[in-house]
Design a protein around this ligand. Structure first.
Ligand SMILES: [Zn+2]
Length: 331
């Protein structure tokens, strides 16, 4: 199964670049600024480590190595190689920075992609991360920067961080501007708060995708609404386990949602901090929830269906997924 999972064509929709730095790259970049840095200083390098909570993660795991556009270029170069090695054909990457302007980050990622993936076997979109802790004016400014960087691959916006800081509705104007410019809309919700926070993101911001959405499990009406309105949940079981949103992996509702017709995708969220990647997520789905290979393919198809891409590109990716899957099945 592991071998097949590695070969299966994949799409990863919920990936934060600041949390997706390949480990060796992270150590190298950190030692450049902090020569004595050792792995012992970061307990999350240990596979058995779990954070106390989402707050604990947000407060302690913020990486200090993304300070310049050049850092982003270097990270994106190594990350793209890592994603290609996992047979990922399309990914949407969220960026989140107060230090480096989004226009510069997007340009750096785009340059890295042109250098690293000359045959475009992996394609990407960038989601502009908006911090819940920011005021609405700052969010509007970030969206405008993102719109200017569309030519470098910005395809959407993504509201981030702990849901209890401010309700999603505070960011209505920023999301309206993004929507008018043709960007896709996503919000993190149903992770640090319950279903009311997901309702808020859906009703006030008009998002078509929710990052996580795990706690929709508490609200039957919401589950029905997600199905009826084709709202996608970009789920990350290992992340939810590591941040104690669920007590055990087995308790994660991804199988229940998948079976009941909610459109779900699977991703690794912050693989650096959770010692995971999408290949590992798929292995876990098989091991703990008995997902069959064809169901893992369905997750990738869901991802393409809900991607912030024009229909002609979606059709192309669907074709690639099916071709690669058929090759795998015949080998
Ligand atoms: Zn996330």
């Amino acid at each position: 199964m592991d071998l097949q999972v590695n070969k299966i064509p994949k799409v990863e929709m919920h990936l934060h670049i600041e949390g997706a730095i390949p480990r060796n790259t992270y150590i190298e970049l950190r030692r450049k600024r902090e020569p004595s840095y050792s792995l012992d200083q970061s307990p999350w390098h240990d596979d058995n480590y779990r954070f106390d909570s989402l707050d604990h993660f947000l407060n302690t795991a913020s990486p200090s190595v993304t300070q310049t556009a050049e850092d982003y270029r270097r990270i994106a170069t190594d990350l793209f190689q890592n994603l290609i090695d996992q047979n990922i054909i399309y990914t949407e990457i969220t960026v989140a920075s107060h230090r480096v302007p989004y226009y510069e980050i997007a340009q750096a990622i785009h340059n890295a992609w042109e250098e690293t993936v000359p045959d475009a076997r992996l394609t990407f979109g960038i989601l502009v991360g908006l911090f819940r802790s920011d005021n609405p004016e700052t969010a509007v400014e970030m969206v405008k920067q993102g719109i200017r960087a569309s030519k470098f691959g910005v395809v959407g916006v993504d509201l981030l961080a702990h849901e209890t800081i401010q309700p999603a509705s505070v960011f209505k104007e920023a999301f309206n501007i993004a929507k008018e410019a043709g960007l896709g809309l996503r919000s993190h919700a149903g992770e640090g708060a319950g279903s009311e926070s997901m309702w808020d993101a859906i009703r006030s911001l008009g998002v078509s995708r929710i990052a996580h959405g795990t706690r929709a499990v508490e609200d039957r009406d919401l589950i029905k609404y997600l199905i009826d309105n084709n709202i996608t949940l970009d789920m990350c079981p290992t992340s939810n386990y590591k941040l104690r949103v669920v007590r055990t992996i087995e308790e994660h509702p991804i199988r229940q949602f998948f079976d009941s017709g909610v459109k779900v995708t699977v991703s690794s969220d912050d693989p650096l901090f959770f010692n995971s990647d999408i290949t590992n997520e798929l292995v876990r789905l098989h091991k703990f929830f008995n997902f069959k290979t064809v169901e893992l393919l369905q997750l990738s198809q869901n991802a393409i269906d809900s991607a912030f891409l024009p229909q002609n590109k979606k059709n192309k990716f669907h074709q690639i997924l099916v071709e690669k899957y058929n090759q795998l099945m015949q080998s």
